[in-house]
Design a protein around this ligand. Structure first.
Ligand SMILES: Cc1cc2nc3c(=O)[nH]c(=O)nc-3n(C[C@H](O)[C@H](O)[C@H](O)COP(=O)(O)OP(=O)(O)OC[C@H]3O[C@@H](n4cnc5c(N)ncnc54)[C@H](O)[C@@H]3O)c2cc1C
Length: 284
């Protein structure tokens, strides 16, 4: 299908982008990599009067070392994230999850900011941001604000980013030396997760000292598996990891759809959590 008619604006700064959104009222859409927005427009599930293309805003691209965190511009592509030494060294879980996003072509166009702002419950990166305690810098008409991941993801396809705001960057606390693994269960290679589990652990003398676990597609947004994280402290065997992973479905509200019933998703969450944590910890 062909999208409905819209005006197109291509600003070169964040301030210009915000001004364009304000001028358009509530009827504008930000364009990141277009990998999710363009299908929405073509299917006429959305008919904005203005599309604000952020792909020429230099400030929104690139990955920088900010001391105790790495800062990823919202317009940075998935491909750049997977190839970044900074990400692999300090946020290995984000690299692992991003490696599984769609196919190579989509990873070359799609952006981290677009994936976070889109907030698809099946998206692979939001649970990583939630588990690792990331924060988001959002620019709007009143200036900039920083929102923790725990407040950023609001509901299905809904975040704290307002209609006249732009997501500028994502800050991920460094997890240098932590083990990490993203376990994704999907119907075919390169498809969205039926369920995914993002796990990163800090080991101390063969035991798990700290664990952070996020779940994909187990509710309207990403879920932090807090009960699992607490139960994993001190675990040093597969049996202990499996026991901790038995809490993975607590506090979740997965959907039933053509791919899986909700109780099957709960089962998957427990099984995949044990696998993801074991691989992150190097325990078998
Ligand atoms: C065939 C296919 C398979 C896919 N498989 C997967 C998968 O396995 N896992 C996965 O996680 N994702 C998958 N995706 C989605 C892909 O990762 C997209 O790149 C991503 O969801 C959106 O990123 P984007 O930069 O293309 O955003 P866009 O499509 O440009 O935008 C998406 C939404 O975010 C908003 N937005 C974008 N940037 C900003 C910003 N800076 N500030 C505020 N709002 C903004 C837009 O207005 C829009 O509402 C797939 C997509 C396709 C087409």
């Amino acid at each position: 299908m062909i999208p409905a008619k819209f005006d197109y604006v291509r600003p070169s700064t964040v301030d210009e982008a915000v001004a364009a959104l304000v001028a358009a009222g509530e009827d504008a859409k930000v364009l990141g990599g277009g990998q999710s927005l363009m299908p929405v427009l073509r299917l006429r599930m959305g008919e904005p009067s203005v599309v604000v293309d952020t792909t020429r805003i230099d400030e929104m691209k690139g990955i920088t070392d900010a001391g105790d965190a790495i800062v990823i511009g919202a317009g940075t592509t998935h491909d750049a994230v997977t190839k970044s030494d900074l990400v692999r060294q300090h946020a290995a879980l984000l690299a692992a999850a991003t490696d599984t996003v769609a196919d190579r072509q989509i990873r070359h166009r799609g952006t981290v900011g677009g994936a976070m702002a889109h907030a698809d419950p099946a998206g692979d990166q939001p649970p990583v941001a939630l588990a690792m305690g990331a924060s988001f810098t959002i620019a709007g008409p009143s200036g900039r604000r920083t929102v923790p991941a725990s407040e950023f993801f609001v509901d299905y396809f809904t975040t704290a980013v307002g209609p006249d705001e732009v997501l500028v960057s994502v800050s991920v606390p460094k997890h240098t030396g932590w083990g990490a693994h993203y376990e994704k269960f999907n119907r075919t290679a390169q498809a969205w997760a039926i369920v995914g589990v993002a796990a990163t652990v800090r080991m101390d003398g063969g035991s798990i000292a700290e664990a952070e676990v996020g779940l994909t597609n187990m509710g309207p947004g990403p879920v932090k598996a807090t009960a699992v994280e607490q139960a994993l402290v001190g675990a040093s065997t597969m049996a202990a990891i499996t026991a901790a992973a038995s809490h993975a479905a607590e506090g979740t509200s997965p959907n039933s759809d053509i791919h899986a019933e909700s109780d099957y998703r709960e089962h998957l969450a427990r099984v995949l959590t044990a696998r993801a944590v074991a691989k992150a910890a190097g325990i078998s």
